[in-house]
Design a protein around this ligand. Sequence first.
Ligand code: MLT
Length: 234
Amino acid sequence: CFSPDLLSLYDLQGRVAVIVDVLRATSTIVTALAAGVTEVFPTATLEECAALGREHGYITAAERDGIAAAGFDLGNSPFGFLDGKLPVRGRALAISTTNGTLALRRSLAAEAVVCGAFLNLKAVVDFAVAQQRDVLVVCAGWKGQFCLEDSLFGGALAERLAAQGFDITASDAALAALHLWQHAKPTWPHYLLQSAAVRRLNALEAHDDFTYCMQIDTHPDLLPLWQTDSLVRG
Ligand code: MLT
C-alpha cells in the first residue's frame, strides 16, 4: 500500500500490517525503544500528544512538515534518543508526526501491527515468518503521496520474504517495490539522495538523520509491536 490514502482498497483483517516511515517516524520509534523507552503512544494530533505528556508525564515528541513542533520535549530525530540530553530510559513516549503516526493509527484493524524500518528489517522478517500470515506494507508516504524510501523498504522486505517462501507475485505493488529495491541496492543509500525526503532533511540540516536511518539491521531483534493501545518491544 504505497500511501495511507489507499488503505481503503486493502483488507487489513487477518493480516500483519507493517507500518513504514523510514524518514523518520518508524526509525525513530525503533531507536527510542532500543534506547530504553518502555512504550510508545503514537497520536494523530499534536493535542493528544501534549495531553499524554501533561497528564501522564510521558516524553513528548512531535513533528510537522519535518520541523520539530514547538512545546514538545523532542522532534522526530532519532538522535533525540541517542544524544543523552534527555533521560529516556524507563519512560513512556507520546509521539505525533506528519505521516507516520497517522498511517499507524489508520491500520489498527489488522491482526498484528508492527513498525518497520531498515534498522530492524530482520526483526520484521522474523515476525512475518513466525506469523505465516499475509503481510501488508503500509507506506506512510508524504501527505498521501508516494515516497521512494518507504517503497524501497517494501521492496527490501519483499526480497527477504520471497527468500522465505512467501509468494510476492500476488501483488503488482510488491513486485514494483522489489524491482525498485533491486535497482537501488547496488548503490545503497546513494540512490535516495535526489528524493524529496532527503532534500527536505538536508534543508533542515539533518543529513545525519538520513545516513543513520538507512543503516540495515542495526537492531535485528527490535520489533515495535502494537499491544492494546501502545507499541512495545515485541
Ligand atoms: C512523518 O511522519 O511525516 C515523518 O517521519 C517526517 C519527518 O520526520 O521528517
